[in-house]
Structures are given as structure tokens and as C-alpha cells.
Design a protein around this ligand. Structure first.
Ligand SMILES: C[S@@+](CC[C@H](N)C(=O)[O-])C[C@H]1O[C@@H](n2cnc3c(N)ncnc32)[C@H](O)[C@@H]1O
Length: 223
């Protein structure tokens, strides 16, 4: 399966190349998972996004992390390296071919006690979860982000941060919906709705970050 957005970066190609080569790879098992995924076309966050998340986690020192969209466990393993004592990461995926490999990777890295993989659709699982998380990383079906957003904000602690991946769709979110192919109009509409909702939400602080296919970050400012 190809992550086509990895090949549709939103900044100059030369800079993308630079961000992917000049920034060192990750040591040990995390680096091995990243390489395996990239060699096999498994969709994971691009290297520049991973470097940002690595630095961000080192800075905020999260104790409780939630991820929506595990794939084979690359971003989960990366974030889990930063868990504080007693910390825990919960990650959700609905696709057995992906999460079975993720589970093997968590074992191989010796982090299976610190990571809980919930198998199923996030639409069913999110309402069953209780807060509160320091960091939520949402990297799943893009058309569902707008439905998952209120659940994520419910589950974050005040001061916690939600990072949502792939919000620019290679820049096409700026196009008129009628100019987009019919098969992508729903994603187009729902991502625009998500961005309007997040960026105009007076209750929380947000920021767009043009890494990979675009991130939007939201800091929960109040209950
Ligand atoms: C881009 S991949 C995640 C990559 C991963 N975050 C990484 O960087 O290592 C997206 C994953 O989300 C999962 N997914 C998509 N929609 C989902 C949903 N509604 N519930 C649970 N998992 C979902 C897919 O099965 C896929 O494995």
C-alpha cells in the first residue's frame, strides 16, 4: 500500500529531500521499522514529521499518549520512547494486517507492557475511552477526522495537544469542491470542515504546520 501523500509534499521538493536526508535516522528498532515501512510502501509519517514529533515529545515529556492509526507501529514506537515513568501509550487500528505486525514490533522493541493496541474502528472505540491524555496523534481515515475531533478534545487534558496529520491533501484542499474528482469530494469537504472548525475555535489554540502533507495542532485551553 502506498502512502501517496508522502510523495505530495507541500514545500519545495529540494527542501523536502533535505529534511529527509540531512536529519539523522532513528537509532535501533524505531529506525528499523521506519526503513521497513518505507522499503515496503507501508504508509507511515514521513521522516520530517517524525523528527518533529520526536523533538516535540522530548519537550513536552508526555505520560499518556493516544494514537489513532497504528499501521505497523512506527509513530507509536517513536512516541513511546518518550513516555515518562508510569506512562502509557494506547493506539488504535482496525486493519489486522497492520496491527498484527505492530504488535510484533512492540514485542521486538520490548515496549509491549507500555503500549496497548486496541483493535477495531476508532469510531466505536473512542467513545469507550476515558481521559486524560497529554498527547493525541490522529493519523487515520481523513474523512473521519471531523467526527473524531470532539472525542479527541474530550479525551485531552487541559494543556494537552492534539496533532492531526495529512490535512492539506497536497494543497488540493484549497480547490473548489466541484473541481475535485467525485471520489475524493467527501474527504475534501470533511477536511475543509475540520480545518474551519479547528482554526475558528475560540476556545483552543491551534497552528498549521507544513510538514509532510500538513499537520494541524490543537492545544486544549479549557474544559
Ligand atoms: C497512515 S497509517 C498510520 C501510520 C502510523 N501513524 C505511523 O506513522 O507509523 C493509517 C492507519 O489508520 C488505520 N485507520 C484508518 N481509519 C481508521 C479507523 N476509523 N479506525 C481505526 N484505524 C483506522 C489504517 O488501518 C492504517 O493502518
Amino acid at each position: 500500500m502506498l502512502n501517496e501523500m508522502m510523495h505530495r509534499p507541500v514545500v519545495m521538493p529540494e527542501l523536502v529531500e533535505y529534511m529527509r536526508t540531512a536529519q539523522a535516522g532513528f537509532p535501533g528498532g524505531v529506525g528499523e521499522i521506519e526503513k521497513f515501512a518505507n522499503d515496503n510502501g507501508i504508509p507511515i509519517i514521513p521522516h520530517e514529521t517524525a523528527k518533529f514529533i520526536d523533538l516535540f515529545c522530548a519537550t513536552i515529556e508526555p505520560r499518556y499518549i493516544l494514537e489513532i492509526g497504528t499501521a505497523i507501529g512506527f509513530s507509536a514506537s517513536l512516541m513511546a520512547q518518550h513516555l515518562q515513568t508510569e506512562g502509557h501509550l494506547t493506539t488504535i487500528d482496525r486493519y489486522p494486517k497492520m496491527y498484527e505486525r505492530a504488535q510484533e514490533n512492540f514485542k521486538r522493541l520490548g515496549i509491549e507492557d507500555r503500549v496497548t493496541l486496541l483493535e477495531g474502528d476508532a469510531a466505536d472505540i473512542l467513545p469507550t475511552l476515558k481521559g486524560s491524555y497529554d498527547l493525541i496523534f490522529m493519523d487515520s481515515a481523513k474523512a473521519k477526522y471531523i467526527d473524531f475531533y470532539p472525542e479527541c478534545m474530550r479525551l485531552l487534558r487541559v494543556g494537552g495537544v492534539l496533532i492531526i496529520d495529512d490535512v492539506f491533501q497536497g494543497g488540493t484542499i484549497l480547490d473548489d469542491e466541484k473541481d475535485r474528482p467525485k471520489r475524493v469530494r467527501k474527504i475534501h469537504r470533511k477536511l475543509n470542515l475540520l480545518l474551519d472548525t479547528v482554526l475558528n475555535d475560540p476556545d483552543h489554540r491551534s497552528c498549521l504546520v507544513p510538514l509532510g502533507d500538513g499537520l494541524v495542532m490543537v492545544r486544549k485551553e479549557k474544559e
